[in-house]
Design a protein around this ligand. Structure first.
Ligand SMILES: NC(=O)c1ccc[n+]([C@@H]2O[C@H](COP(=O)([O-])OP(=O)(O)OC[C@H]3O[C@@H](n4cnc5c(N)ncnc54)[C@H](OP(=O)(O)O)[C@@H]3O)[C@@H](O)[C@H]2O)c1
Length: 388
């Protein structure tokens, strides 16, 4: 990559990842120029971003906000669009060399697919895209030449360990998990854990959905499915270790017994910057890892009695087809209900298990099939929500 500035589209610019991306953009001086932003309903923050970065295109979640945002960009002919089609337009905007996909959940899938079809470098934070549409996205990436670089810290770690090495030399890929806020909670107390407690993550500050998924370990389950597609691995080659210090993000076991690890400070800006600038590694003043300060690194196997959703995710990974789509949809419905305090923490796995129970995998590698399974599973999940 030369010194010329590269165009950047940020989908989910007002979120935890999106704002970190903009911080990295600021640190990198003029290397990146923001050409498009897409967000949901946080219009005050989006407005401030529009005024600062002056993109050519902005997508807002709701039509009612279009006029307000458009009025900010009269000076440079800002185009403002809205809704899912607007986010998709931002994903394929002219002039974007890199598209950051950081909208939460299934809503990020369509725009990610658009960015891939447009042949962009996709800095992928939205793990749900590969969970529901891994086969389709990989197929489209081959067709368009799109490059998918992971933003998730664990996948960035695997990506870095694999380097340009031979895939046939990889025995196993291990993602680490902090274990979330309930790693040491007595099992019988898990039922009554509150939303506030679930949102108190010991290591990472993230959006609410992914923070709850970290407490249930569903996040790690989704990440296993994401890794299966990103690195073209079998389910049997993927594993997870609990590592409370979150300094080692991933380990790659080689056929000769060597184990490569990637370590960095617990700060998402490190993998974000790498996804933007790869193969360059730039010094933008991001925090360095001080191992003497971390002191010790611990690793444990996952206790699946504590994390039933992790078990369900592994089953969906092994079965493939429609099951990861249904798993993700059921989980999104259950987590949304928990975030609205309509159900208890222990209801989340129960709702997902209710949907997955006895479900047979069917092919889901077209957009129509994926959306159909997603819709069905959401309907089922709503039926399984307890009335409290
Ligand atoms: N945070 C992390 O450290 C982290 C790490 C690895 C992977 N990820 C993944 O990255 C993604 C984003 O996570 P996050 O923590 O940044 O979430 P977040 O803080 O909740 O932000 C989500 C972003 O998506 C936007 N959004 C939500 N629904 C939308 C819709 N229908 N249309 C357009 N924009 C929409 C939000 O806009 P408004 O706020 O304006 O409504 C916001 O900008 C998730 O898939 C997560 O799993 C996150």
């Amino acid at each position: 990559m030369g010194q010329t500035s590269r165009g950047l589209a940020i989908l989910g610019s007002t979120g935890s990842i999106g704002t970190s991306v903009l911080d990295v953009v600021d640190r990198l001086g003029g290397r990146f120029r923001v050409v498009a932003l897409a967000a949901g309903s946080n219009v005050p923050l989006l407005a401030a971003q529009v005024e600062k970065y002056r993109p050519a295109l902005v997508s807002v979640g709701n039509k009612r906000d279009v006029v307000r945002v458009r009025s900010l960009g009269k000076g440079w002919g800002l185009k403002v669009v809205h809704g899912p089609e607007g986010a998709a337009e931002a994903a394929r905007v002219d002039g974007a060399d890199v598209v950051v996909s950081a909208i939460t959940g299934m809503n990020g899938f369509g725009p990610t697919l658009e960015a891939v079809k447009a042949g962009r470098r996709v800095a992928l934070a939205n793990k749900e895209s590969l969970v529901v549409g891994g086969a389709l996205i990989k197929r489209e990436a081959v067709r368009s030449g799109a490059e998918i670089i992971p933003v998730d810290s664990e996948h960035s770690g695997v990506f870095q360990c694999l380097g340009r090495g031979r895939r046939s030399h990889v025995r196993k890929v291990i993602l680490t998990a902090s274990g979330g806020p309930f790693l040491k909670t007595p099992l019988e107390e898990l039922k009554t854990k509150t939303l506030e407690e679930a949102l108190r993550h010991p290591r990472w500050v993230m959006g609410k959905k992914v923070t709850v998924d970290s407490a249930t370990l569903m996040n790690k389950g989704l990440e296993l499915i994401e890794a299966r597609w990103l690195f073209d691995l079998d389910a049997s080659q993927l594993d997870v270790l609990i590592h409370p210090q979150s300094a080692v993000h991933a380990l790659v076991e080689m056929t000769d017994g060597s184990v490569l690890a990637q370590l960095s400070a617990t700060d998402m800006r490190v993998p974000i910057q790498l996804a933007l600038t790869w193969p360059e590694r730039l010094d933008s003043g991001l925090p360095q890892l001080d191992l003497a300060e971390v002191g010790r690194l611990e690793f444990f196997r996952v206790d699946e009695r504590r994390y039933p959703l992790f078990t369900l995710a592994k089953q969906a990974l092994a079965a493939g087809g429609s099951l990861p789509v249904a798993l993700n949809a059921a989980n999104e419905v259950a987590v949304a209900a928990f975030l609205e305090k309509r159900i208890l923490f222990a209801d989340i796995p129960a709702v997902v298990a209710g949907v997955m129970d006895g479900l047979q995998p069917r092919p889901a590698d077209s957009i129509e099939a994926i959306l159909e399974v997603d819709k069905d599973a959401r309907r089922q999940a709503r039926r399984h929500l307890p009335q409290r």
